[in-house]
Design a protein around this ligand. Structure first.
Ligand SMILES: [Fe+2]
Length: 371
């Protein structure tokens, strides 16, 4: 068995990885010791702050692909597989099966939305993983062959996560109402929006189960907000920066509720890629940025809204009875053309689940080899 001594520094050591000697901090290494995680609860049962002295290696060596650290100031040896350090060093974070690149999409993509029959989503892990993966990569998917019942939607949502309620309850019915609480419940056109930005945490993944659609008009409008935002960044970086930097107020109020929250119109992930957008002119509060900032903010905002009406980006299609469109409410922007109320019936049953729950489902399935 060959052994290699590992060079030590004051606050860390240099592990021999494929890309050369790679520095790891002692606190991090001590916390990464496999013994810190309880095998039963899978939670951390070690408190690095309880050590009487900062962790320091007395000696460290590598043998058979294992980094072995003999700690000074405590009677403990840590054994860490080098491939675990390699995987961490590759991205500077723990590998995440749900960390998949977003696929941006544009007008004309409706025919390519991933379509998964309800029986597959409910029947096997592979179908469930396909739906979750589509939501991570494209932000949208169509579940087909939906059973025509209220319970059908509940069963589908629960394949990804629990139903998350809003002020309107656990479910909503998009159809004509005599005294509507929302423009969606009228026959008028619905401008492009994301749902309920007045909530502190706007709903994550939205489901719209089409139960009936025989009206004239009423086509659904969907676009990839991340694609529009990246196009804005390329065409007008100054406008993009304004929408990324400032948050603006939204509301949602009626007789029994008065929600208010601030959101950034464009959000970035840790890598600086667009992770989402928030747009809802019908739930937008009076802009309260300094008036001088508004001199540049409003033109940027208007430009972005106008881009969302551009034929480059918008998919227009009829949602058919028996289909359920599922989409990331923080990325996908949706709307509806007006329709003739007397021409037939139009009914969508909707609800939400968390993005966190959806991503968790995907990771669990990927770890089982189903993704
Ligand atoms: Fe909506």
């Amino acid at each position: 068995m060959t052994q290699t001594e590992v060079p030590l520094a004051d606050n860390g050591l240099y592990a021999p990885l494929g890309g050369g000697e790679t520095y790891f901090n002692y606190h991090w290494l001590r916390d990464a010791c496999p013994s810190t995680i309880d095998p039963q609860t899978r939670e951390r049962v070690f408190d690095v702050t309880a050590l009487t002295a900062a962790p320091t290696a007395r000696k460290a060596r590598v043998a058979d692909g294992i980094l072995e650290i003999d700690w000074a100031n405590e009677d403990h040896v840590t054994r860490l597989p080098l491939d675990r350090l390699e995987a961490f060093a590759a991205n500077g974070q723990k590998p995440d099966p749900a960390d998949l690149p977003r696929t941006l999409w544009y007008a004309g993509h409706h025919g390519n939305f991933r379509r998964i029959p309800q029986t597959e989503v409910e029947g096997n892990d592979t179908g469930r993983a396909r739906l979750a993966r589509a939501l991570i990569e494209e932000g949208v998917a169509l579940v087909t062959g939906m059973e025509d019942s209220d319970e059908s939607l509940t069963r589908l949502v629960n394949c990804l996560g629990p139903v998350t309620p809003t002020a309107e309850g656990h479910y909503f019915e998009v159809r004509l109402e005599i005294e509507p609480t929302n423009l969606a419940f009228t026959a008028g056109p619905l401008e492009m929006h994301t749902d309920l930005p007045g909530e502190e945490m706007a709903p994550g993944v939205q489901f719209l189960h089409c139960r009936a659609n025989t009206v004239e008009g009423g086509r659904s409008l969907f676009l990839d907000g991340a694609a529009v935002a990246e196009a804005l960044r390329a065409e007008d970086p100054g406008a993009f920066d304004l929408l990324v930097t400032h948050s603006i107020p939204f509301f949602y109020r009626h007789d029994g509720w008065d929600y208010r929250a601030r959101q950034k119109v464009i959000e970035l992930d840790a890598r600086g890629n667009v992770s989402g957008v928030t747009i809802s002119q019908h739930l937008q509060e009076d802009m309260d940025l300094p008036q001088e900032v508004l001199d540049s903010y409003y033109p940027a905002f208007c430009k972005f809204i106008r881009m969302m009406q551009d034929d480059r980006f918008v998919c227009r299609f009829r949602l058919n009875a028996g289909e359920c469109i599922v989409f990331d409410n923080h990325r996908i922007v949706h709307g509806r053309e007006g329709f003739s109320a007397e021409s037939g019936a139009r009914h969508l049953r909707g609800c939400y689940t968390d993005r966190g729950a959806t991503w968790s489902t995907y990771r669990t399935l990927a770890n089982k080899g189903a993704a």
